[in-house]
Design a protein around this ligand. Structure first.
Ligand code: PHE
Length: 460
């Protein structure tokens, strides 16, 4: 059977390839753009602690569950549930994932477009010699311009579509393997420069000495939602990638390594950004523009700063693409597997549809800024522009998807099937089996349900 599966189903060719692709999905704008700005908005160290807790307690087991489901079923996010639990409504979980993928990629493409624009600015020297205040004005002017963000978003989405058209081995795997390690090197250099700036100390305190009075329910939901977002969980991306992982690979080790890599990159990004935020007198709660305003200041203080600026934005765009392809792949694999669409037809159709929605969303920062949609948060209806509305919605959809996935792996799948999958039919020792099962049966679902309900209805 495995021979047949491998000829019919495209897959990852090597161990490094899987790690690189799954880490490539996990590591992206979530780590370098979103993590710093939500940390800034939610007060720093205490928020980070809650985030780390969510990663360890909920993220890692849910990632493992996604791998198990996908590799066992050898199917897309919807088909996996239909295969493993035929005739039951569990496949709704997959549908929810498809919806989330659509929503996430529409705003993701917009932000990735910002990074391309900044790459262009870095190359053309447009960021040089500007003060923090001027850089803030550059960012604000750019995102509120009606056309510029769309231009860059379309360019990014076209690149994403091109890679997904190439398939798994030749597209996704090949690029991730080289470029992700390079991103790490650049980030470490930036972090070193940032922590050695005059006035960096306050930033270190912000990152490392927790003030729990700054935590509220919304911050905890943001931490949970971001744990899912950053690890690419809750919408079937890791189910889909799991279906491409060879039978002999150790899923537990893979989930752990990917989660550690993802978390490390986020923390290093925090180190690159917050010391500089305080050193340059930028507001930590500046919102989505934080990285785009802060780092150009750091480049300005470095030898060869403009070279670093170019490298950084280029690699950030690459990190964004390896994530974006995994999001698009969720929908593409679904159409290919369930409706026998050709890869070309599904990639184009879905890619273009998402690009159009994203272009509309981008106007939430400019021409449609006054259009507010209601969102139920903490028992209150809050008005948000369409761009923020989609981001906040994804913070809720992913944990719901993750809850269903944990319950499925914990209660619906037979223990012997889980054990067989985790051990690759006896090849690997799985001392963690009981702990894993207890977590996905009880701990993760209870924690997600609690955070979720309290954040919506304001119970806590
Ligand atoms: N994890 C990616 C990032 O951090 C985004 C993503 C979310 C990818 C959900 C796939 C699924 O940028």
């Amino acid at each position: 059977m495995s021979n047949q599966t491998q000829t019919v189903r495209d897959g990852f060719s090597s161990r490094l390839g899987i790690i690189a692709a799954a880490a490539g999905s996990a590591i992206g704008l979530g780590n370098i753009w979103k993590f710093p700005y939500i940390t800034g908005e939610n007060g720093g160290a205490a928020f980070i602690l809650v985030y780390l807790f969510c990663i360890a307690l909920i993220g890692v087991p849910v990632m493992l569950s996604e791998f198990v489901i996908g590799r066992r079923a050898q199917k897309d996010a919807v088909g996996s549930f239909k295969t493993l639990a035929p005739g039951t409504p569990w496949f709704f979980t997959g549908w929810l994932g498809i919806t989330a993928a659509f929503i996430i990629l529409s705003f993701y493409g917009v932000v990735a477009g910002w990074t391309l624009h900044y790459l262009y600015l870095a190359i053309s020297g447009g960021l040089q010699g500007l003060s923090a205040e001027q850089l803030g004005a550059v960012f604000g002017g750019f995102i509120s311009n009606p056309w510029q963000p769309i231009f860059w978003q379309v360019l990014f989405m076209a690149a994403t579509i091109a890679v997904v058209l190439g398939g798994i081995k030749n597209g996704i795997e090949r690029y991730s393997k080289i470029l992700m390690p390079l991103l790490l090197v650049i980030l470490v250099i930036l972090a070193i420069r940032s922590v050695t700036l005059d006035g960096a100390k306050q930033g270190m305190q912000f990152l490392f000495s927790p003030d729990f009075s700054k935590l509220n329910v919304e911050a905890i939901l943001a931490a949970l939602g971001h744990a899912f977002f950053s690890l690419s969980l809750g919408m079937g991306a890791m189910i889909t990638y799991g279906s491409y992982i060879q039978k002999k690979e150790n899923l537990g080790a893979t989930a752990l390594q990917v989660s550690i890599a993802d978390t490390a990159i986020a923390l290093i990004a925090g180190l690159a950004i917050f010391p500089a935020v305080f050193a340059f007198g930028i507001e930590p709660s500046a919102g989505p523009g934080l990285v785009f305003i802060t780092l150009p200041n750091v480049f300005g203080q470095m030898a060869f700063g403009s070279v670093f600026a170019i490298l950084f934005f280029a690699l950030l765009a690459v990190a964004a693409i390896t994530s974006a392809i995994s999001i698009l792949e969720v929908v593409v694999a679904y159409l290919d597997d369930e409706f026998s669409w050709s890869r070309t037809a599904s990639t184009f159709t879905v890619g273009v549809a998402i690009t159009i929605v994203g272009a509309i969303l981008s106007q939430g920062n400019g021409s449609l800024a006054d259009l507010k949609l209601p969102f139920l948060l903490n028992g209150e209806l809050i008005g948000m522009n369409i761009f923020d509305w989609f981001i906040t919605l994804s913070d809720q959809l992913l944990p719901i998807g993750g809850l269903a996935i944990a319950l499925f792996a914990g209660w619906k799948m037979a223990k012997k099937d889980i054990a067989d999958e985790l051990s690759s039919s006896g090849l690997w020792k799985i001392a963690y089996l009981e702990i894993y099962r207890f977590t996905v049966r009880i701990i993760a679902p209870a924690a997600i349900a609690f955070v979720f309900l309290s954040s919506i209805f304001g119970l806590a």
